[in-house]
Design a protein around this ligand. Structure first.
Ligand SMILES: Cc1ncc(COP(=O)(O)O)c(C=O)c1O
Length: 388
């Protein structure tokens, strides 16, 4: 492709499309982050962000990516050598485990096949067997962006409670927040980790921790070293509308606008839209004769669909053709799924015709790559979109 016209299709599962309204909001002049106008913005934002997490408690906003949010969750609540229970649901769960290990935590990493979420039965078994109460936290990735599999967080909380175990529950909602139904308080999550560049419709650059009362309590005695990530000075400064460092002012303008957009659409409608787009995408994949990675009907993601290519077929070749011919970026296979999977992002600022265009591009790319697919995928997706 030599000349590109029209909009690039950014159909990776985040960073996702940033709405023009958000881009315009971020284009405003940067203001004094120690002045009264900024304080009013912060106080409004810290309140407005809570419903998206489903919490009445504090939300800490860092100038960081989601990875920073992972680290903040661990270092604020845990001490060297503490045991944490993690689940190998995919690439991001593995990276979070690696971080926990490098911070000096003792990780029990339950192996997985990258096609299922964290199993609540194993949570219950592991915690029931932990009579010495050595496990201090359970870490779960709500929406595994590498596989398109969600973990059932409410069931995991029930499993922890059924075992009568005091472990904290940490959830990575980086690619689900603002897109999939999420309930920090109701599900008894202690720290929810999120990032700006997915369901929140912003560019990368903000990381979040929603913090429960129990997590705050744990932070009073936690001994892992921390400075930048420490909640206490941030919460103290936030109370007056400020930060203990220079915040990402213009990203916060964007957040203000994005939260307004989510409130205008209404969170139930946002969640329903994502679920429907996930369903339409899966209908296309199956009609093509391909397989989705997620192997449990209860665990399909509404934000990303990972498509498994048959053995010996190169998923990256398909992606390359689609980028070259149709100016559309799809997600690459990560970790052990490299080369075997491509991922279709359908999240954030997105609608039916954007999905139809996305799936048309995928179908044409598969055909150009001479994959033996049925040409009925797009029609199958349109049937779903038409009917609901
Ligand atoms: C589920 C999940 N967790 C964590 C991360 C890491 O976030 P970041 O790349 O913003 O540091 C990502 C990134 O895509 C993710 O999808």
């Amino acid at each position: 492709m030599t000349t590109r016209t029209g909009r690039h299709f950014l159909q990776i599962p985040g960073p996702a499309n940033v709405p023009d309204r958000v881009l315009r909001a971020m284009a405003a002049p940067t203001i004094d982050h120690r002045g009264p106008e900024f304080a009013a913005l912060t106080l409004r934002l810290l309140d407005a962000v809570k419903p998206v997490f489903g919490t009445a408690g504090p939300v800490v906003i860092y100038p960081a990516s989601g990875t920073g949010g992972w680290e903040a969750a661990l270092v604020n609540t845990l001490s060297p050598g503490d045991r944490v229970l993690c689940f190998e649901t995919g690439h991001f769960a593995t990276l979070w485990r690696n971080m926990a290990t490098s911070l000096g935590l003792d990780v029990d990493f339950v192996p997985g096949d990258w096609r299922h979420g964290a199993d609540p039965r194993i949570v219950r078994e592991k915690l029931a067997a932990d009579t010495a109460r050595l496990v201090k936290a359970v870490c779960v990735v709500h929406n595994e962006t590498s596989t398109g599999v969600t973990s059932r967080v409410a069931d995991i909380r029930q499993a922890i409670d059924a075992a009568g175990h005091p472990a904290l529950l940490f959830v990575d909602a980086v690619s689900s927040l603002g897109a999939l139904d999420y309930r920090h308080d109701e599900w008894g999550v202690d720290v929810t980790v999120a990032g700006s560049q997915k369901g929140l419709m912003l560019p990368p650059g903000l990381g979040f921790n929603a913090v429960s009362a129990r997590a705050l309590e744990a932070s009073r005695t936690a001994r892992l070293p921390k400075s930048f990530w420490a909640w206490k000075p941030i919460l103290q400064a936030n109370a007056r509308g400020y930060f203990p460092y220079t915040p990402a002012t213009n990203l916060l303008y964007g957040l203000d606008e994005a939260l307004r957009m989510l409130a205008e659409e209404g969170l139930p409608a946002v969640f329903a839209r994502h679920a429907r787009h996930g369903e339409a995408t899966r209908a296309a994949v199956r009609a093509w004769g391909l397989e989705v990675v997620c192997a449990d009907e209860r665990e399909h993601s509404g934000t990303v669909t990972a498509v498994l290519m048959p053995d010996g077929h190169d998923a990256d070749k398909v992606r390359d053709i689609i980028l070259e011919r149709f100016d559309m970026s799809l997600g690459t296979g990560l970790g052990r799924l490299a080369g075997r999977v491509f991922r279709i992002g359908h999240l954030g600022y997105f609608n039916d015709l954007m999905l139809a265009g996305t799936l048309a591009g995928v179908q044409m790319g598969l055909q150009l790559a001479r994959e033996p697919i049925s040409p009925s995928g797009v029609d199958a997706a349109l049937d779903v979109l038409r009917s609901a």
